[in-house]
Ligand binder design. Sequence first.
Ligand SMILES: Nc1nc2c(c(=O)[nH]1)N[C@H]1C(S)=C(S)[C@@H](COP(=O)(O)O)O[C@H]1N2
Ligand SMILES: [Mo]
Length: 256
Amino acid sequence: MTRQVWTRRQMLLRGSLAFGGLILSGCDRLNQAPTFRHVLDSTEEGLTRRAQRLFMAPRQALASEFTEKDISPVFRANGNTMPDTEDYQRVLADNFASWALQIDGLVAQPQRLSLKALRALPSRTQITRHDCVEGWSAIGKWTGVPLSSVLNLARLRPETRYAVLHCADRFGRDVYYESIDLIDAYHPQTILAYELNGKALAVQNGAPLRLRVERQLGYKQAKYIMRIEAVADMHHIHGGKGGFWEDNGYEWYAGI
Ligand SMILES: Nc1nc2c(c(=O)[nH]1)N[C@H]1C(S)=C(S)[C@@H](COP(=O)(O)O)O[C@H]1N2
Ligand SMILES: [Mo]
C-alpha cells in the first residue's frame, strides 16, 4: 500500500517536472503570448506573486473603498466633539476664515495654508469604513487633499521620519495629537479631509480639517488639526509615545 502511494507521488512529481521542462524549453516564444501569460497568472507562479505582494508590502496595500449606497445614514461622532480651547473658539467664530494649517519642523519651506488654499489643491474623494476600538464602525465619503501634496509643498528635510498632527482639543490638560510614519503619510488614501458626505466637515467630526489614514483605527484619525510638524523622533513631544491615546497605553501602529 505504502509503496503504491509513493509510486503515485513519484509519478506526479515526474509529471510536473516534465511540464516545467516544457515551459522552460518553449519559454521565450510562449511568454510573448498574452493568453499563456494569463494561464500562468492563475497557476502557482501567479499565486506566489500575489502572495508576495500581500505579505511583503502590506503597509502599501489599499483599504477597501465602498459605493454611495454603502454610506452610513449617520456618521457617529466620538471623542471630543467641541474643542474648548481659546484658539479653536476664535477660528470657529468666523467659520474658519482666519484658520490656517501650519506646517513646520524639519521642512525647508514652512507653510500656512488657509482652507481656501487647501481646497484649491487637487483633491481626492474616497468612501471608506472607519473602525473605532470601542466596537463601532461607520462608512463615510471623505474629500480632502492628499497629505503627500502639502508635505511636498513644505519640502521635508531628509532626517524626517514622522508627521505629527497637533489638534485643537484636549482631554483635561493633555492636548490631542497623533503621528504617522512616512509610509502612511505618503499612502495614496491618506488625506486631510475637509468634507464628509459632500458637505463641509461638521465640528463634531473634526472641522475644519481632519486626518484620514485608512489602514489604521479610529483614534489615529486626528480631528481639529492646527499644525503638522515634521520630526525625526517623538521623544520630546508630550508623553513621547506619538499620540494622546498612545501616551495612555494604546498601540502606536493601529493597523486594520
Ligand atoms: N482631535 C481629536 N481627534 C480624534 C479624537 C478626539 O477626541 N480628538 N477621537 C478619535 C477617535 S477615538 C475616533 S473613533 C474618531 C472619531 O471620529 P468622528 O467623531 O468623526 O466619528 O476620531 C479620532 N480623532
Ligand atoms: Mo475611537
